[in-house]
Design a binder for this molecule. Structure first.
Ligand code: AMP
Ligand code: MN
Ligand code: MN
Ligand code: MN
Length: 286
C-alpha cells in the first residue's frame, strides 16, 4: 500500500510561517505519513520535529534544503535522513546563515537605493529565527507595507536577478552540498528541478547530469513546481541517470503555498523512491 510522503517543507526556523508543532499537526491532519522538515540552511527545527512526529504518530526523517550554486545559477539541494550533528555540515550551514546576514545588509542598501528604506528592519520582524534571513522575509514585509500586492510580485519586481533589490550571492558549489550531505550519512536530492533558471546556460538535463556525476542521489519528480508533463519528463531523467525519486510540496504557508499537504499524487510505481530502504518507510508497510 502506498502512503503519503512529503519530504520537503519549511517551518519558521527558515522561511515558513508555521512553527514546527503547527506544521506537523497540519501535515498529520492531511494524511502525511512520512515527512522531512527541510528548512533552508538550518537544522534547528529538527529536535521539535522529532517530538511532533512522535506525538502525531507519523514517520519522520531529518532534512535540510541547502542553498548551492551550479554554472553561476542558484540551485537547492535537499539532504535527507542525515546526522544533523555532523560537524562539517553544522559548520557549513552556520557559515551559510552568516553569509545570508551579510547579503541581507546589502539587500537593505539596494532597497534604499531603490527608494525603500527600512527593508531589513522590516524583514527581521517577519523572521522568528534571527539567524536565518531569507528573501521571503523581505517580501512579506513589503507586502504588508503595501509596496506590492503579493509575495510573488515582490520577487518579480524587486528580488530576481537584474531587479533593484536583488543581490547576487556566492552559494557553496552544488558538489560541496552533495559532499556535506553524504559526509553526514544522508541522501542528496535535487529540489524542484523545473524551477531553476538554467535553460539559458545548458538546460535542465545538463544540471541533472552534473548532479548525478557529482554523486547526487535523487530528484524531486512530484513537487509543487511540476505538472503532469514534468512528472513524466523528470521521471524519465531519473531512470536515465539511475537516480531515486522524491516527493515534496515545498510547503511554506497556508496562505502562500499553492499545494496543500497531502494533495500531491503518488510517484509512478516505475520509479524507485528515495525512501525505498529506509526503516521509517518500512514501518509504514508493517
Ligand atoms: P533565499 O533563499 O533567501 O534566496 O530565498 C529563496 C526563497 O524565496 C525560496 O525558497 C522561496 O521560498 C522564495 N521564492 C523564490 N522565488 C519566489 C517567487 N517567485 N515567489 C514567491 N516566493 C519565491
Ligand atoms: Mn523558501
Ligand atoms: Mn527551494
Ligand atoms: Mn523549499
Amino acid at each position: 500500500m502506498a502512503f503519503v510522503a512529503d519530504l520537503h517543507c519549511h517551518s519558521c526556523h527558515s522561511d515558513g510561517t508555521l512553527g514546527v508543532a503547527d506544521l506537523f499537526a497540519l501535515a498529520a491532519s492531511r494524511g502525511v505519513r512520512l515527512i522531512a522538515l527541510t528548512d533552508h540552511d538550518e537544522l534547528s527545527g529538527l529536535f521539535a520535529a522529532r517530538q511532533s512526529a512522535t506525538q502525531h504518530q507519523i514517520q519522520m526523517v531529518s532534512g535540510v534544503e541547502i542553498s548551492a550554486a551550479w554554472a553561476g545559477k542558484s540551485v537547492h539541494i535537499v539532504g535527507l535522513r542525515l546526522n544533523e550533528s555532523h560537524p562539517a555540515l553544522v559548520g557549513a550551514l552556520r557559515r551559510a546563515r552568516e553569509e545570508r546576514l551579510v547579503r541581507a545588509e546589502a539587500m537593505d542598501a539596494a532597497f534604499v537605493a531603490a527608494g525603500i528604506d527600512g527593508a531589513l528592519k522590516g524583514a527581521r520582524a517577519y523572521a522568528p529565527n534571527p539567524a536565518l534571513i531569507s528573501r521571503t522575509h523581505f517580501a512579506r514585509y513589503l507586502v504588508d507595507r503595501g509596496v506590492c500586492g503579493a509575495v510573488s510580485e515582490v520577487f518579480s519586481r524587486f528580488m530576481k536577478p537584474g531587479k533593484p533589490g536583488y543581490v547576487p550571492h556566492d552559494w557553496m558549489p552544488m558538489a560541496s552540498a552533495i559532499e556535506l550531505i553524504h559526509a553526514a550519512g544522508g541522501r542528496a536530492v535535487l529540489a524542484h528541478p523545473a524551477r531553476f533558471d538554467v535553460d539559458a546556460t545548458a538546460g535542465p538535463e545538463a544540471l541533472i547530469k552534473a548532479f548525478a556525476d557529482a554523486g547526487g542521489d535523487g530528484l524531486e519528480v512530484v513537487c509543487a513546481a511540476h505538472k503532469p508533463p514534468e512528472w513524466a519528463r523528470y521521471g524519465a531523467l531519473v531512470r536515465k541517470y539511475g537516480l531515486l525519486a522524491s516527493v515534496g510540496s515545498d510547503f511554506h504557508s497556508p496562505t502562500e503555498s499553492r499545494v496543500k499537504f497531502g494533495d500531491l499524487p503518488f510517484l509512478s510505481p516505475s520509479l524507485t523512491p528515495v525512501w525505498h530502504d529506509w526503516p521509517e518507510a518500512k514501518a509504514l508497510h508493517a
